[in-house]
Design a protein around this ligand. Structure first.
Ligand SMILES: Cc1ncc(C[n+]2csc(CCOP(=O)(O)OP(=O)(O)O)c2C)c(N)n1
Ligand SMILES: [Mg+2]
Length: 411
């Protein structure tokens, strides 16, 4: 299967990146007018990652965005008006004005899990959504995003290990934007590629240019299809740059000017636009049409948000505790009998296999097998426990072992 986008897909990728940037530009203006209630974060320069990765998902798939993934929300089908009303804490927002940033989701239709502010916590959650859906017979993939800083949290590692051992159909996008607040990435982890963290969990990973939307999309598409085929989770590190401060309050004076200039020359929207023009997939007229469409949509949605009321005061006391507010029913996509006794495949205990060879046991076993013993360990005495396979594997590599008090003499 070719992962290269069609003409329509190229246009979509371009449209959503431009929409992502325009939505955030509009919110910066609203913020300066004091109309945004909470903090305002920016994904300037990172649009290709949110857009290219979410575009690789199908409608049935699930995702959980973080604060810099407004592009992913747009691709999944969230209208800009929801993003505006949410940030302005309006009564018309998805959370009815109870939140001033991006803590909202849509479990029912768009399959979006709300962001969790504690960095990394979405990883085990989305691994859980993936294995839950697999149990129900759904052929879905789940995706979430994490930063370079977030990849140092304990739950990143716990979650990825859990996903790996469960072979969850889960794709994790690591947005390496070089900074976590004012901490540069080399102070975060002493490794060149954060994707290498996948090795510790025995899963595959990719490193991709996060400012090249086509590369991001092609990589994500391949990862999503591999995860869907049951090959387990995949980590994608997308290298990019956070072009503004951590949030609106941060002028980011700690970022070297040359560094910013380097990445400015690699703006993801400009790069894709150049490609579209040079490949004759877009011309000046087409570009103008896209820009006009975005402008009209955002004007309408911004006006809707600005004209929406704030929530009534009584709302503060409502919906604090769930009193039957949501009814989530499992959506079985296979016969329930398949997972119930007597058909259930789950055994009461996991059989321990490969204990003599797995996890390097062969090497350990080799040290305990005296040279006089045969391949099956016969003649080695009661201390030796090696299967014939284990012993055979270790043959030839065996070294004479010095007698030690706690060990049987080798010779
Ligand atoms: C577990 C946890 N620790 C600390 C924070 C506070 N915090 C919020 S964002 C952030 C920096 C994150 O950097 P990075 O993961 O690189 O993401 P970026 O902001 O660059 O997108 C920190 C420390 C948090 N939200 N959760
Ligand atoms: Mg970062």
């Amino acid at each position: 299967m070719s992962m290269q986008p069609t003409r329509q897909q190229h246009h979509d990728l371009y449209y959503y990146m431009k929409l992502n940037r325009a939505v955030e530009d509009t919110m910066v203006k609203l913020f300066r007018q004091n109309k945004i209630v909470g903090g305002l974060y920016s994904s300037l320069g990172q649009e290709a990652i949110s857009v290219g990765t979410a575009y690789a998902l199908e409608r049935r798939d699930w995702m959980a965005p973080m604060i810099r993934n407004i592009g992913a929300l747009l691709v999944k089908g969230v209208p800009p008006r929801d993003i505006f009303t949410q940030h302005m804490a309006k009564y018309t927002s998805p959370t009815r004005g109870k939140d001033g940033t991006s803590h909202f989701g849509d479990l029912e239709n768009l399959h979006i899990v709300s962001p969790i502010s504690m960095l990394g916590d979405l990883i085990p959650v989305m691994a859980g959504v993936a294995i839950g859906a697999r149990y129900l017979g759904q052929k879905i993939v789940t995706m979430t995003w994490i930063g370079d800083g977030g990849s140092s949290t304990g739950v990143f590692h716990e979650g990825l290990n859990f996903a790996a051992v469960q072979k969850a159909p889960f794709v994790l996008i690591l947005e390496n934007n070089q900074w976590a607040y004012s901490t540069p990435v080399l102070r975060q982890a002493p490794i060149e590629n954060l994707a290498d963290r996948a090795k510790a969990y025995g899963i595959d990973s990719y490193v991709v240019d996060g400012n090249d939307v086509v590369a991001v999309y092609a990589t994500a598409k391949e990862a999503v299809e591999r995860a869907r085929a049951g090959k387990g989770p995949i980590l994608i590190e997308a290298k990019t740059m956070r072009m503004l401060g951590h949030a609106q309050h941060d002028p980011a004076e700690y970022v070297p000017k040359e560094m910013r200039a380097f990445w400015e020359s690699r703006d993801p929207i400009t790069l894709h636009e150049e490609l579209l023009f040079s490949e004759k997939l877009l011309d000046a007229k087409g570009k103008q049409e896209i820009e006009a469409k975005i402008e009209a949509l955002l004007e309408k949605d911004r006006e809707f948000a600005e004209n929406s009321p704030l929530p009534p005061p009584e709302l503060a006391a409502e919906g604090v505790y769930c009193e039957g507010c949501h009814k989530i029913e499992p959506k079985w996509e296979r016969p329930v009998a398949e997972v119930m006794p007597p058909k259930a495949s789950t055994k009461p205990a996991w059989p321990a296999t490969g204990y003599a060879t797995g996890h390097g046991a062969a090497r350990v076993a080799a040290q305990f097998i005296p040279a006089g013993a045969d391949a099956s360990g016969n003649g080695a005495g009661p201390l030796v426990r090696a299967t014939s396979k284990g012993a055979a594997l270790s043959r030839g590599k065996r070294k004479p072992i010095k007698p030690a008090a706690s060990r049987r003499p080798g010779r």
